[in-house]
Design a protein around this ligand. Sequence first.
Ligand SMILES: C[S@@+](CC[C@H](N)C(=O)[O-])C[C@H]1O[C@@H](n2cnc3c(N)ncnc32)[C@H](O)[C@@H]1O
Length: 286
Amino acid sequence: MKTEHKKNLPVTNTIIKIAKPAAYVTLLLLTYTLGYFSSSTSSELDSFRVKNQCANPIPPENVRQTLINRIFNGVSPFTNFPPPHAAEKLRRSKEIKGWGSNGPVFERLIRKVKPRIIVEVGTFLGASTLHMAEVTQRIGLQTQILCIDDFRGWAGFRDDFKYIEILNGDVWLYYHFLQNIATFNRTGSVLPLPFTTVSALTKLCELGVWPDLVEIDAGHDFLSAWSDINWGFQILRPGGVIFGHDYFNGADNRGVGRAVDLFARIHNFKVEVDGEHWVIYSTYIQ
Ligand SMILES: C[S@@+](CC[C@H](N)C(=O)[O-])C[C@H]1O[C@@H](n2cnc3c(N)ncnc32)[C@H](O)[C@@H]1O
């Protein structure tokens, strides 16, 4: 047996000699391939992420005046409102059209977070804004609500809102929003930022405005929602909450839901669903 074993040794050694480097090479190739795929996937996704470092936070009590100074040349948008050419056409309505704007999620999150600064991304006529303003006042908070909207609505929205004037192709959604805020006496706690969402959110980041609560309800296609969620999260103060409407909306093959889910997966967050709303806590709060 011993002799036989010895006789086979050179063959075994040769096999080991060939097999060992082959195994190393295979392992190396496997590692390289896996590395290549994982790095290309993450670097591709990286291109879609927002990576700006926002300015240091300014105190919440300075936010309103800072924005008035830096964006409106020191004059509040409510000063001398309405202008004479618009005054007679604006109606003072107590009923304001919105979508899920009075849902219980608003009060639940406001009670939990006790926000000094809320950023609303997508405001329209101000139904959800006014609801949040009412809740914050009722529970005794001193909250500023910053409303980001280009106040263009969407192409063709006047089919359902014929009373909103159009002058030289310019819809008067902004004036109607201002009128609604004035009608409900909320001009001191609400400030509009009448720009595109990314333009306004990047400005807030640059100025160091760090909201405690961000509500997303603007474009419902995937790319718009993705951009708004990423920018909204970028300015959110640590521990704050970001939430939004239309998690189940079918537009763009559930564009909002897909953006929320992808965002949560990348950051390892849980998505909480509350009626039609989605909620993401930046850190867990009781
Ligand atoms: C569904 S409405 C908001 C409704 C409001 N949150 C409510 O509950 O009453 C969507 C709003 O987002 C605005 N919007 C959509 N895309 C935008 C963009 N890229 N920049 C600025 N505003 C935008 C539209 O003008 C519209 O007023």
